[in-house]
Each structure stands twice: as structure tokens, then as C-alpha cells.
Design a protein around this ligand. Structure first.
Ligand SMILES: *Cc1c(COP(=O)(O)O)cnc(C)c1O
Length: 418
């Protein structure tokens, strides 16, 4: 007797998954936080490890039957320590936000002061933004970028740190296109006796591949997602100094989580093995080269890039500059044409967050398909054609067909052959 397949059990759901596969295959995905995980990573994610409970840590569990789970988790820990040169690693956080919540729990009491980059300036919700639990339960103070050049204002960071004496100093971003001076943040944190937490969620793959400076030598604690540039399963991870290992482990479990998602831990181990290869290093370098090429090509068409360009995998474009556009309108028109991106606030944005002035573009996913500089210039051409006439649905259909044709020549990792 063979068991019924997903297609047989739930054809309605199977159709939705197949449609999403086609969407991911035929569109150019420019959402900076997204990627294509490999088939090996997806296989581990879909494995029977999802059936097992294992609250605790390797060698110290609350349930029996951990003969293989302990080895899986230890493999992920060892690979992460080796790849990033970290003294201690926790691979259990369910995602980036829970990883950050564990850091708050490890070091803060409710009401403590924390200092992080403001959301509209490129920071993340979980760095104390008002609508997040981290803004509600802590006294969050925010720094930002300078109006003149769009770069993080380290003088402001130092001034605010001296004035407010935060318990945690956060550095890290979701929409900042430059290199952060991790060492300078560490020095400021030392001066005011703060714990320095680097959130490398967006750039951990670039760090692994040597294409972006590592915060690990500088930070007390480093948090990351595992599904962005790192190309792993959806999840989170915390790297820290040995002195913080106990506090971090206790904060993750039983502090903010229950049992770890072992299928995700296994898939993370696979991704960490992939990320340690020379090929991944080349991938990381190409992600940055592609982002630079895309930014250059857009600048040549008179688009205004926040901070003037990029040193990482993303760029934020002010689409209102010399154009009758908004971020949401631009993102919608581009999606209809097969170019998927996100609307994004720009620093000092006069518009509202749901329909801001910018769009954020990223190159991790297109680079995973093997696209290079010539394709980035082609993508800039398509973006410009669509945004010149953003309500022209016929044009959007034509561009979408051209894009599907290009994509057919660049098969994406992890997707079924078609
Ligand atoms: C994406 C991101 C997170 C949150 O990750 P989730 O997995 O979506 O919870 C945290 N911090 C930064 C800087 C991010 O970019």
C-alpha cells in the first residue's frame, strides 16, 4: 500500500503550491530579503525531523529518542561556529524576530533603555520600533542616517548613547545599502557599558562569503536570519561570546520558545555546509557586483538611489524624484510586469509608510539563478520602461512575457524542472 500524495489528499492546496512554483520560476524576484534555497535545503526542510520534539540542548533534553537529533543540532552548531568564527552559537530561534526577542530577554528587564536604528532609516521593527513588542516593553531610542549623504551618523549614535546609557546597542538593517562600521559601534557600546548586538539578518550570506565585513569579532552578540542572503531554511540563529552562552541559551529555551524545529535545524546545517564552499564565496561577491551594476544602470537613467549607490546586496530608490510616482504604485506596476520588489520608506520620507516614496531592490535571488551584470542592465531597462508608463497594462504584459523568456534560461535552485 502506498500512501496518498499531497496531490491526491489535497489537490486544491497542491495547485496553490504549483502556482507559486511557477511564479517563482517566471518572475524576477528583487525582494532584498528573499532567495532560492537549494533542493538539498528544501529536502531537509520537508523531512521527518519535523515529527520530533527535543526541548533542551544536545545532551540535555526533556524527552528521550534524541540519538539522531542531537547529532543534527551539533552539526549545525559546529558548522556555524567554524563558518563565522563564533565562540558560541544557538541554532534554535524560529526566525529573526524571535532571535532578537531572546537577546532582549537575556540582557534586559521591561522598561530598560535600548538604542537602535529607526525603521524609516533602514532599521528593523524588532530594534525597538513602536508597533513591535520591543518598542512597547522597552524604552527605545533611535538613531538614523544623515540627510546630506544618507549614511549612518555615528556622531549621533555616540551622542545618544552617552545621553541615554542604553542596555543594548543594536546595529543592523533591512534597507541600508552601505557598510556598517561594526568596530565603531563596538567602541561606542564599550564607552557606555552597553551590550553591542549586531543583527546581520540581511547580510549573513555576504559575511559568510567574504563579501561584507563580519561583525563577529566586534559584537557581544550577533543575530541573523538564515533564509535571506545565507540561502538556508526560514529560521534564525544567535552567535555570541562564550561568556554569554548560558544567558542566550536560557533566553531562547525556555525563555521565549518551546521545542526547536529540527527539520529547520537540519536544513540550516546543509545551508552552512553550502555556504562554506568557494562557490558560495563567488556567489556572495556576484550578489554585490550585481547590486552595484543595477544601481549604476538606474542612476544612468536618472533614478535617485539613497546614499548614491550600494556596497551590499540592496538599494533603495526614491521613485518620487522627478517622477509622478509613489513607492506602492511603482511596486504594483513592476509586479504586474514580472519584476517583484517591495515599496520602502526613504529616510525623512514625507509620505506614509503604506505608500512611501521608495522601492527596495535586492539581487540575492537573481544571483542564485546565475544572472550577472548584463542581466542587471536588462532589468534596469525593464524597470524604466514600466515606470515611464505605470498604468499601461498592455506594456506590463509584454514585459512580463520578455521576463519569463529570460528566466527560462536561468533555472532557479530548488524549483522542479519544467
Ligand atoms: C528580516 C530581519 C529580521 C527578522 O526576521 P524574521 O525572520 O522576518 O522574523 C530581523 N532583523 C533584521 C535586520 C531583518 O532584516
Amino acid at each position: 500500500m502506498s500512501e496518498a500524495s499531497l496531490q491526491q489528499v489535497d489537490p486544491e492546496l497542491a495547485r496553490l503550491i504549483a502556482a507559486e512554483e511557477t511564479r517563482q520560476a517566471q518572475k524576477i524576484r528583487l525582494i532584498a530579503s528573499e532567495n532560492y534555497a537549494s533542493r538539498a535545503v528544501l529536502e531537509a526542510t520537508g523531512s521527518v525531523l519535523a515529527n520530533k520534539y527535543s526541548e533542551g540542548y544536545p545532551g540535555r533534553r526533556y524527552y528521550e529518542g534524541q540519538q539522531y537529533i542531537d547529532a543534527v543540532e551539533q552539526l549545525a552548531i559546529d558548522r556555524a561556529q567554524a563558518l563565522f568564527g563564533a565562540e558560541a552559537v544557538n541554532v534554535q530561534p524560529y526566525s529573526g524576530t524571535p532571535a532578537n526577542l531572546a537577546v532582549y530577554l537575556a540582557f534586559c528587564n521591561a522598561g530598560d533603555t535600548i538604542l537602535g536604528m529607526g525603521l524609516p532609516h533602514g532599521g528593523h521593527l524588532s530594534h525597538g520600533w513602536s508597533v513591535s513588542i520591543t518598542g512597547r516593553y522597552f524604552n527605545a531610542v533611535h538613531y538614523g542616517v544623515r540627510r546630506e549623504d544618507g549614511l549612518v551618523d555615528l556622531d549621533q549614535v555616540r551622542e545618544l548613547a552617552r545621553q541615554h546609557r542604553p542596555r543594548l546597542l543594536w546595529a543592523g538593517f533591512s534597507s541600508y545599502s552601505r557598510v556598517l562600521d561594526w568596530g565603531a559601534f563596538a567602541a561606542i557600546a564599550r564607552e557606555v557599558d552597553a551590550i553591542f548586538v549586531a543583527d546581520m539578518a540581511h547580510v549573513s550570506g555576504l559575511v559568510a562569503g567574504g563579501a561584507y565585513p563580519s561583525p563577529v569579532p566586534h559584537a557581544d552578540v550577533v543575530t541573523t536570519t538564515t533564509h535571506k542572503t545565507l540561502r538556508g531554511p526560514r529560521g534564525g540563529m544567535i552567535l555570541c561570546r562564550a561568556a554569554h552562552r548560558k544567558a542566550i541559551n536560557a533566553a531562547v529555551f525556555p525563555g521565549v520558545q518551546g521545542g526547536p524545529h529540527n527539520h529547520t535545524t537540519a536544513a540550516l546545517a546543509v545551508a552552512l555546509k553550502e555556504a562554506a564552499t568557494p562557490a558560495f564565496g563567488q556567489y556572495a561577491q556576484q550578489v554585490v557586483a550585481n547590486a552595484r551594476a543595477l544601481a549604476e544602470a538606474l542612476r544612468a537613467k536618472d533614478y535617485s538611489i539613497i546614499s548614491g549607490g550600494t556596497d551590499n546586496h540592496l538599494l533603495v530608490v526614491d521613485v518620487t524624484h522627478n517622477r509622478p510616482l509613489s513607492g506602492k504604485g511603482a511596486a504594483r506596476a513592476l509586479d504586474a510586469a514580472g519584476l517583484v520588489c517591495s515599496a520602502n520608506t526613504i529616510p525623512f520620507d514625507p509620505r506614509k509608510p503604506f505608500d512611501p516614496s521608495g522601492i527596495r531592490l535586492g539581487t540575492p535571488a537573481v544571483t542564485s539563478r546565475g544572472m550577472r551584470e548584463p542581466e542587471m542592465r536588462q532589468i534596469a531597462d525593464w524597470i524604466d520602461r514600466v515606470l515611464k508608463d505605470p498604468t499601461n497594462e498592455e506594456l506590463q504584459r509584454v514585459v512580463a512575457a520578455e521576463i519569463a523568456a529570460l528566466c527560462a534560461g536561468f533555472p532557479a535552485p530548488g524549483l522542479p524542472e519544467r
